[in-house]
Ligand binder design. Structure first.
Ligand code: MYA
Length: 578
């Protein structure tokens, strides 16, 4: 059993190393949390069930009534991650993610209101707060007396988070804050803000602060008119000469960028859980609709193309659920470096939900397009998931470049140790064989006696081969791409995205394998169907990764760039048929 909690499964994988102890066995909730979670889920379902018409009304109005927010407070929806001794439910990552899942089954706006509070709004306090800060704010946050918001994004700083211009200047024992934040979830209802501002010091340094609504100079703009999640509050938040006591610095002065990233990493399984909940809801809606709707003399559920959609929805939901549960399990087990894994779970979960919501709407046909039914709302609500909490594009670059950075370091070490290879054959020999052995084991361990998996049931042998072949090819591809482009890889976004897509697929497959393996060990009654899911998903991963590996050398990247340049220069399409 590995005890090294510093290992990142995916960063190792890119070097061709499969750390099976990190993903096996599949994580489970502890008994205490399970019990609290179950009773909380019962209360939530009892309370939210049958409120569909109200959710629809609030979506159209673009606002959630104050009485409903009050009910959310009373049910403890703002206390989810706050330790029990401070009045909260004390949920860790997996239980929290599962809770957001349950809320999201009912309504996206409710899920985001509760989720933005816990996932990002007050998570900095949980991760970096001092005892005094926790003592002061936890009780109010747990009661929902204070609702929290995360203030990073600005008019000129979205994906490029380091380019914020909000500034805090030290003045005696306090800081003076000036600036404006944009698209702040919960902005209009929050009174606790985690705010990031540039502070003096080396270029680009920022610091995180706790700002409260009662401080003079804090104000918020009107509710934004959004495509989806319309009943949730999104506003600008402005700071005009706001005086912040030095006790409200969160984490270290000048280390705010890392604070922001760690909050986002840690909160990502909340959004993942929300996506899984919405997907389960889509399956329920689409299945009922398909059985009720009769065309050409029989329920449309009997038709192959409807079954194809619902079957794929099931596979994607199982895969996303496995991935999100695995990542939250890693967080709960104390793994320190899960940034890449968390980013993968965000990208994968949000894209699975997008496809699932679209297909559920398609199954419902004309009804799906009518606002009277929930499908169009789920589609609108789920669109932003691919944009906020780090766009999926920027996260793909983060996923692959982090891995490439590791491989680059390894190559650099190798090449510098080869400098004196002929003068010192023994040293050189050792390093070369070590390197070659790693590469060889990638090439020959696949599926055979040397398989990297020692804890998998033989029923998973087929999937294990796909995983190991993918790992070997991933490590070789990372190596090859880096040798080809060197540092210029940063500008090679097509290649980087391909590598990220391969990593995403492999990690999702690893999560599904781990879960199915645990079901086999537990002799789960549903195992036959789970093996069917594994069979479909591993086939998809094999085909997709093969396609992506092939495109590393055989692609039309330059042509696509040329066509984009044409459209950009003309600011439109150049070939009208008239
Ligand atoms: S909140 C706003 C979301 N905004 C973002 O996510 C911003 C996205 N941008 C970034 O993440 C960064 O700027 C990127 C780096 C990644 C682009 N973990 O030179 P660098 C380290 C740990 O690459 P940059 C919202 O949307 C890196 O290793 N470390 O930096 C509301 C390096 O370290 P070192 C990280 O090029 C959503 C250093 O930082 C990470 O400037 C509401 C500098 O790196 C990382 N991740 O850009 C959602 N990244 O110096 C609510 C970088 O040591 C959800 N580093 O080498 C609630 C639930 C909902 C329910 C849903 C219902 C369906």
């Amino acid at each position: 059993m590995t005890t090294n909690k510093k290992i990142s499964f995916m960063r190792s994988l890119c070097m061709g190393i499969i750390e099976e102890d990190v993903i096996l066995p599949f994580p489970t909730l502890n008994a205490g949390e399970k019990e609290t979670l179950t009773s909380m889920i019962d209360s939530i379902n009892g309370w939210l069930k049958g409120k569909d018409q109200e959710f629809r009304k609030w979506d159209r109005q673009g606002e959630m009534p104050a009485e409903f927010l009050q009910e959310m407070r009373e049910l403890g929806l703002f206390s989810l991650i706050i330790p029990e001794e401070h009045g909260g439910l004390g949920f860790h990552s997996a239980a929290y993610s599962r809770m957001v899942q349950e809320i999201a089954k009912h309504d996206g706006s409710v899920a985001i209101t509760a989720g933005a509070h816990s996932s990002i709004g007050m998570r900095g306090l949980l991760l970096f707060g001092t005892d005094d800060q926790k003592k002061k704010f936890y009780p109010k946050l747990a009661a929902g007396e204070m609702i929290a918001a995360f203030c990073l994004t600005e008019p000129g700083a979205g994906s490029d988070a380091a380019s914020i211009r909000t500034k805090a200047v030290k003045d005696g024992d306090s800081w003076v804050l000036n600036g404006e934040k944009l698209w702040i979830t919960n902005g209009g209802i929050a009174s606790f803000f985690t705010v990031f501002a540039k502070t003096e010091g080396p270029e680009g340094q920022m610091t995180a602060f706790i700002v409260t609504k009662d401080m003079a100079g804090v104000s918020c703009g009107p509710h934004e008119d959004k495509m989806g999640l319309r009943a949730s509050s999104t506003t600008t938040v402005s700071f005009d000469k706001v005086r912040i006591p030095k006790e409200n610095v969160l984490g270290e002065v000048g280390k705010g960028f890392k604070v922001a990233m760690k909050i986002l990493n840690s909160g990502r399984t909340g959004l993942g859980g929300g996506c899984v909940g919405a997907m389960k809801k889509c399956i329920e809606l689409a299945s009922k609709q398909a059985k009720q709707r009769v065309q050409f003399g029989q329920p449309i559920a009997e038709y192959g193309l409807i079954k194809q959609k619902i079957g794929h929805m099931v596979v994607e939901t199982y895969a996303a659920e496995s991935l999100v549960s695995l990542v939250s399990g890693l967080v709960d087990q104390g793994y320190e470096d899960y940034a890449v894994e968390a980013a993968i779970s965000k990208v994968f979960g949000t894209e699975c939900l997008w496809r699932t919501a679209d297909e559920a709407l398609q199954v419902a046909g004309g009804n799906g397009y009518m606002c009277e039914f929930p499908y169009e709302r789920v589609v609108r609500d789920s669109r932003v998931n691919r944009i906020f909490e780090g766009t999926n594009d920027i996260l793909r670059l983060f996923i692959a470049l982090t891995a490439m950075n590791d491989v680059g370091k390894q190559l650099k070490e190798l090449s510098s140790s080869l400098d004196g290879i002929f003068n010192d054959p023994i040293k050189g020999f050792g390093i070369l064989t070590d390197y070659a052995f790693k590469r060889m084991s990638q090439a020959t361990g696949v599926g055979g006696a040397k398989s990297a998996f020692t804890k998998l049931s033989p029923q998973l042998a087929g999937a294990a081969v796909i995983f190991e072949e993918g790992t070997r090819d991933l490590a070789l591809a990372a190596d090859r791409i880096l040798r080809k482009h060197g540092k210029a890889i940063i500008g090679k976004q097509f290649a980087t995205k391909r590598l990220a897509d391969i990593m995403i697929d492999l990690f999702a497959l690893g999560a599904v394998m781990s879960r199915v393996n645990s079901s086999i060990v537990a002799k789960s009654p549903t195992i036959a169907k789970e093996l069917e899911i594994l069979s479909v998903f591993s086939g998809q991963v094999r085909r997709r990764t093969k396609g992506n590996f092939g495109k590393i050398d055989d692609n039309d990247d330059e042509l696509i760039k040329s066509l984009a340049d044409e459209a950009l220069s003309k600011e439109g399409y150049s070939w009208d048929t008239l």
